[in-house]
Design a protein around this ligand. Structure first.
Ligand code: ATP
Ligand code: MG
Length: 409
């Protein structure tokens, strides 16, 4: 049997960037031979094994054939006769379809190295169109390698467009889509992921709520970039530049969805877009079964981001409601993430990326003031049950009034 490194490990070594996970393909072996050598089988669908010592993945060379809709609609064929070239041709991109042996001898039948040099993400064969997940994968690789100058080859973008129009994208499961979306959002240029999806028509299918933001104007005084879609991409870009976690990036992406619902005669104003957007945010959250913390933060940021921007003008009673809505007493971290998302929203505006955001420290100070109210003295005064709750609220309000006065003095 012959063993080769394939996929990302070869690609990233040639690009001179650190290799994180190593995928290997085994040619000329049977399942029985693998088991006899101590490899442990994983996965019911594919002939994939874990190395007995390193735990790394080894897959038997295989061919595949489309036999129905979606990802389940594939038949695989693995046997010792399947050649390396046959295994490589089923892969998505030419730069992912190279293999190398122990001595770093490269097998590159589909010219991945040429495309690496040309900085092109190009599909290997027309079979690309058999798995709609590849649309998301290509957009994700575009987001990852944009800083190295990579773009999607025009003919690949055309295939992605055909896939998007064919209705095949709808066959993707929430789990497979979310895995790609969440990884793409954590890349250095996540806005490129959205741009590529939009360019091939996939955004309209997967997240029509975001697609609808392009072409929607906002008031130039607050938004020199004017376009709501362009603004959303800038906010996402800021979130990546500031190394924000996935929760914040997800909330940034969805924060302005309500602006897509504004009747044209109200443009460029967007009255109550925060509340109007909530049902859209909920729909996107559920469509991809986003993790609970991502869902929650997106909804809260959607509802309250303009509160964040107006923090210094908020009456103490509204400030208190805001803090209560976030349950800042038990969930201080979530409030920090809200503040971060608001700041990214403020910076995601053309020419205003570097401006300061004093609202952030003001909100932190307010949270601190409210959290500093001690419960023990109220218990000692004999407050119980709902009355205790009311008394705590009164004390917090007092603390916030004092905080606001001191801050404006
Ligand atoms: P990463 O650095 O993100 O791990 P990778 O290229 O190694 O990138 P993997 O998801 O680990 O990506 O997959 C390993 C290889 O398997 C890919 O390089 C590609 O050749 C192939 N591959 C994975 N998923 C698909 C798919 N849906 N369609 C076609 N080929 C795929
Ligand atoms: Mg990999």
């Amino acid at each position: 049997m012959r063993i080769y490194k394939v996929g990302g490990a070869v690609r990233d070594r040639l690009l001179g960037i650190p290799v994180t996970d190593i995928d290997r393909v085994v040619v000329g072996a049977t399942t029985e031979e693998m088991l006899a050598q101590g490899f442990r089988p994983v996965g019911a669908d594919f002939p994939v094994f874990l190395h007995p010592k390193t735990g790394e993945e080894y897959a038997l060379a295989r061919t595949e054939r489309k036999s129905g809709r979606g990802y389940g609609g594939f038949t695989f064929h693995a046997s010792p006769e399947v050649t390396l070239e046959e295994d490589l041709i089923r892969r998505d991109l030419t730069i992912n379809a190279m293999a190398e042996d122990d001595q770093q001898n490269l097998t590159d039948p589909y010219h991945g190295q040429r495309d690496l040099e040309a900085r092109l993400l190009r599909h290997v064969s027309p079979a690309f169109a058999e798995d709609p997940l590849r649309v998301l994968r290509v957009a994700r690789f575009a987001a990852r390698y944009a800083e190295l100058g990579f773009t999607v080859a025009p003919e690949t973008l055309e295939l992605m467009r055909q896939l998007s129009e064919s209705g095949e994208l709808e066959a993707l499961t929430a789990e497979r889509s979310w895995k790609e979306i969440s990884r793409a959002l954590m890349e250095n240029q996540p806005q490129v992921f959205i741009e590529v999806l939009r360019a091939c028509g996939a955004l309209k299918v997967l997240m029509p709520e975001i697609d609808a933001l392009f072409g929607v104007p906002q008031p130039e005084a607050h938004h020199p970039e004017i376009d709501t879609g362009a603004h959303t991409l800038s906010v996402l870009e800021q979130a990546a530049q500031h190394k924000q976690p996935l929760t914040v990036r997800w909330a940034c992406l969805l924060h302005d969805l309500g602006k897509g619902l504004t009747p044209e005669e109200e443009w460029p104003r967007h009255i109550a877009h925060e509340l109007k957007g909530l049902k859209l945010i909920k729909a996107v959250n559920e469509r991809f079964k986003a993790p609970r913390d991502c869902q929650e933060l997106a909804l809260l940021v959607g509802e309250y981001h303009t509160h964040g921007h107006r923090a210094l003008e908020l009456k103490p009673s509204i400030l208190l409601e805001l803090l209560q809505s976030f349950d800042v007493y038990r969930r201080p971290q979530r409030f920090e993430e809200f503040i971060a998302a608001c700041e990214m929203d403020a910076r995601g505006r053309k020419g205003l990326e570097q401006r300061s955001y004093p609202q952030a420290d003001y909100l932190r100070g307010a949270a601190h003031a409210a959290r500093s109210v001690a419960v023990q003295p109220l218990l000692e005064k004999g407050f119980k049950g709902p009355e205790l709750g009311e008394a705590i609220k009164r004390e917090r309000l007092k603390a916030l009034k004092a905080y606001k006065e001191a801050a404006s003095a």
